[in-house]
Design a protein around this ligand. Structure first.
Ligand SMILES: Cc1cc2nc3c(=O)[nH]c(=O)nc-3n(C[C@H](O)[C@H](O)[C@H](O)COP(=O)(O)OP(=O)(O)OC[C@H]3O[C@@H](n4cnc5c(N)ncnc54)[C@H](O)[C@@H]3O)c2cc1C
Length: 406
């Protein structure tokens, strides 16, 4: 099949907008970020609309690998070198809290999304990566974050033949984040006007925000852009590089090949096995980096072949039932943009998770929503949109240099 394993992206559950409406807050985009914003606004008594061009979870949130990894998009020691130990630790804490909250909501709303917390393993493909992992281990130790370094002979079979060693992170998890988005859609449907198959085509301001959509005009006091890789269509100056990733999934297998989510080669390769036993393999974007920039969702056959070869190498000749691609958004420094868009009163953004949004986006959407409520939430300084939007012209065009899961 071509299409993600996680959700039926063609199945709409909510109406399209038909006519003009007035709301207090308009959320554009129905992925993890959008439902995170809607969830935060649920008790505000404000009139809130969530507008989704396709269906809830049909963007990256329903097309990813489902790794729920604490920490920033880059490796922890990279984050410490870039922004200091304190800021790296703050980002770590945000993701840990995000993952705790998602687990609580999954329980509370009985969302069937295969959430499993069994830890994860980051493997070294060569000596250089092994040294980096050791440095990260030291930085994590200093931050009193518990991990374990595994030598090659301690790795699960058959990965001990392919990689040199790695770090085990006991707190990490895996899930179907598309199903989580749909579940949270149900959880907020009483407090949010949800419109699917409704494209926001243009954004202007005449005292209030005016959103021209495929189904009518919306006037709103505040707008939250939860449009991740597609934000540039509404806010052209935004320094987000849309970047494609591909994933394949096998039929359910009757044996455990991967005990917990594993990733390697600086985050460019990743695989896990779902609760139904399907082996899910994604990444390998580094073999064709330039082709993978842009918003076109057509899968790259060269990369698919590498994913399928990997499936065969570790699981033998098993049927591959799903093949799909999705679009991520990278920022130049690989920290997301979360908060007020400078010089645009009432316009907020949460986007650019640089391939790592499962453990951030729900909370970041919530932080943008808190700002729309006039609150002043604590947002890591390294996430402030001003750092890049003001200097956008300098940074546009500098592409990502590492894989999605580090
Ligand atoms: C192949 C792949 C693998 C990944 N693997 C992982 C992983 O294992 N772990 C991890 O942490 N992260 C992973 N990610 C990244 C993660 O999925 C994203 O960071 C996260 O889902 C972003 O959520 P979002 O809600 O901001 O964006 P999306 O889920 O992309 O949602 C944005 C939504 O906005 C809608 N939209 C856009 N423009 C408009 C408009 N003008 N009008 C109306 N609607 C609009 C889109 O249709 C879309 O549904 C992966 C991503 C991909 C593509």
């Amino acid at each position: 099949m071509t299409g993600p394993l996680w959700v039926d992206v063609e199945a709409a559950e909510y109406p399209s907008l038909a006519g003009d409406i007035e709301v207090d807050v308009a959320i554009v985009g129905g992925g993890l970020t959008g439902v995170g914003a809607a969830w935060t606004l649920r008790e505000s008594k404000l009139r809130v609309a969530l507008l989704e061009e396709r269906t809830l979870g049909s963007g990256a949130s329903g097309r990813n690998g489902g790794f729920v990894l604490a920490g920033p998009a880059m490796s922890y020691c990279d984050a410490v070198s870039k922004c200091g130990a304190e800021a790296a630790r703050e980002v770590w804490q945000l993701t840990v809290e995000n993952n705790r909250l998602m687990a609580e909501l999954i329980d509370q709303h009985s969302i069937d999304c295969g959430f499993l917390r069994g830890g994860s393993l980051s493997l070294a493909v060569d000596e250089e990566e092994l040294m980096i992992l050791q440095r990260c281990r030291d930085a994590l130790d200093e931050a009193q974050i518990s991990t374990a370094m595994l030598a090659r002979d301690e790795l699960p079979v058959p990965f001990d033949r392919m990689y040199l060693g790695g770090i085990y992170y006991p707190g990490n998890a895996e899930m179907n984040s598309g199903a989580f988005v749909r579940g949270m859609g149900h959880a907020v449907r009483q407090s949010t006007l949800i419109f699917e198959r409704t494209t926001v085509r243009g954004l202007s301001h005449d005292g209030r925000w005016v959103l021209e959509t495929s189904g009518g005009t919306i006037r709103a006091d505040s707008v939250i852009l939860a449009t991740n890789a597609y934000t540039g269509r509404l806010l052209p100056a935004v320094p987000l590089t849309p970047t494609r990733g591909q994933v394949v999934a096998t039929a359910p297998l009757d044996r455990v090949i991967v005990p917990f989510p594993i990733y390697a080669n600086y985050g460019y390769q990743y695989w896990r096995q779902t609760v139904e036993g399907r082996l899910v393999v994604g990444g390998w974007r580094d073999i064709d980096l330039l082709t993978e920039v842009g918003t076109e969702e057509r899968a790259n056959t060269l990369i698919l072949k590498h994913l399928e070869d990997f499936v065969r190498a570790v699981a033998g000749d098993v049927p591959i039932e799903y093949r799909w691609s999705g679009i991520m958004a990278f920022t130049p420094d690989e920290f997301p943009l979360v908060g007020a868009v400078p010089d645009n009163r009432g316009l907020f953004i949460a986007a650019g998770y640089s391939g790592h949004g499962v453990s951030m986006a729900f909370t970041c959407g919530g932080l943008a929503a808190q700002m729309a409520l006039g609150q002043s939430p604590v947002i890591p300084k390294v996430f402030h949109p001003g750092r890049q939007l003001e200097a956008a012209a300098l940074d546009v065009g500098r592409g990502p240099h590492r894989g999605e899961l580090q």
